[in-house]
Design a binder for this molecule. Sequence first.
Ligand SMILES: O=c1ccn([C@@H]2O[C@H](COP(=O)(O)OP(=O)(O)O[C@H]3OC[C@@H](O)[C@H](O)[C@H]3O)[C@@H](O)[C@H]2O)c(=O)[nH]1
Length: 465
Amino acid sequence: MSQPPKTSSSSFHIAMFPWFAIGHITPYIHLANELASRGHRITLLVPNKARLQLQHLVLHADLIVFSPVAVPHVHGLPEGTEIASEIPIHMTHLLATAMDRTRGEIEQFLTVSKLDFVLYDTAQWVPGIARRNGIKTVCYNVVCAAALAIALVPARNVPKDRPITEEELREAPAGYPSKNVVLCGAEAKALTFISLPYGEGITFYERTTTAMKECDVLSIRTCRELEGDLCDYMEAQYKKPVILTGPVLGLGSDKKSEKLEERWEKWFSGFEAGSVVFCAFGTQWILEKEQFQELVLGFELTGLPFFVALKPPSGCATIEEALPNGFEERVKGRGVVFGGWVQQTAILSHKSVGCFVNHCGFGSMWESLMTDNQIVLVPHLGDQILNTKLLVKELKVAVEVEREENGWLSKDSLRKAIKSVMDKDSEVGVMVKKNHAKWVETLSSPGFMSGYIDRFVQKLKEIVN
Ligand SMILES: O=c1ccn([C@@H]2O[C@H](COP(=O)(O)OP(=O)(O)O[C@H]3OC[C@@H](O)[C@H](O)[C@H]3O)[C@@H](O)[C@H]2O)c(=O)[nH]1
């Protein structure tokens, strides 16, 4: 680990130590950019593979430095694993163990650095070290307030001697303020993992609630306009102010997104404005082969041009070997299924894109809200289910693909959802478009995003004084 730069009295030196996942590190980098643009210096403590994948997002290389964390090997994880996108979901608890075993390295860094703040989310042991070194802590959560408020609060009675049940999770904790953003039926299953081990000798619930109890400042990447009542509930539960950063979309002051690769720029430009359906499911979801095939057939059925960026399904080394028979021939010229990394924000702002089919990861949720594309949601993990409720039931800006009782997503159901927002004369399509346009206006109104960051920085100043 490299030596950190020295702090000056006029600005903060802030370390960031987010969960080892692209969906978490990305918003931390966006926040680092915002803080650096206000003169603060940031050291990002992240695994080297994350640095290599995301360093292009850094807009102020003079003030933001990476200090790569050496992730130790943990039995049960593939050799060399550093970030969550490299492993299936059921192995991530072992990655939490690996994160905990970086403690010595992190402690050494925090001890020798002249830091004002450290931001973290998953490493519940950071506040103890920080306190001993006179550093203030911010537990910065990059999932929606709803996911925290429904599952990770003291009022959620998680049994100590057995796993929490789906039935228990379907009941919201006492005082939970939303009637719409709740878990229904089989959805509760997606959150049963909270009472299971996540690291050695600690459950997911224990580590995240400890992380939030022990910090000086509790912070969430959300805005009051979307989740004000849920943030108030979090304040009441944790008995401390909850400071929001707003969506922090990493657009910088010039509002430019990443540049789209030339081959894709050319491909997208071959279609009419607003006609292409783009699909991406974030950095972690690996579909089963059958489900993958059913979904791509659903895109084919829409008759619309489509660009699908998904990981190869489980058991397949490449996308090509996973495609249904004759599929490539049939969709030639109007459909692409790609297994690599694409510049999602650049695609979303391309004029030929008209619809975004996504898993409603918190990053994709904000990115989809910021464009005028129609939104079709296929949530997979617990927080994504709640994000989906926010967009579908509260804001009414999106539709969700209906699943069968056993969780299966049929091609017809996908086709139906896409057509319901893409057909010009569809009532649902018109309604979500209108509601969505109001949100784009709010989110892009002058001072909206920067106001949140300014107030966040102001709060940090009050805390050190
Ligand atoms: O090919 C790609 C894939 C993804 N991305 C970017 O990677 C990010 C993915 O983040 P998301 O939050 O949407 O999704 P992930 O699944 O990766 O996130 C994870 O952490 C955040 C949680 O809310 C999600 O539930 C969890 O899955 C987005 O910013 C997206 O623009 C690309 O730029 N290109």
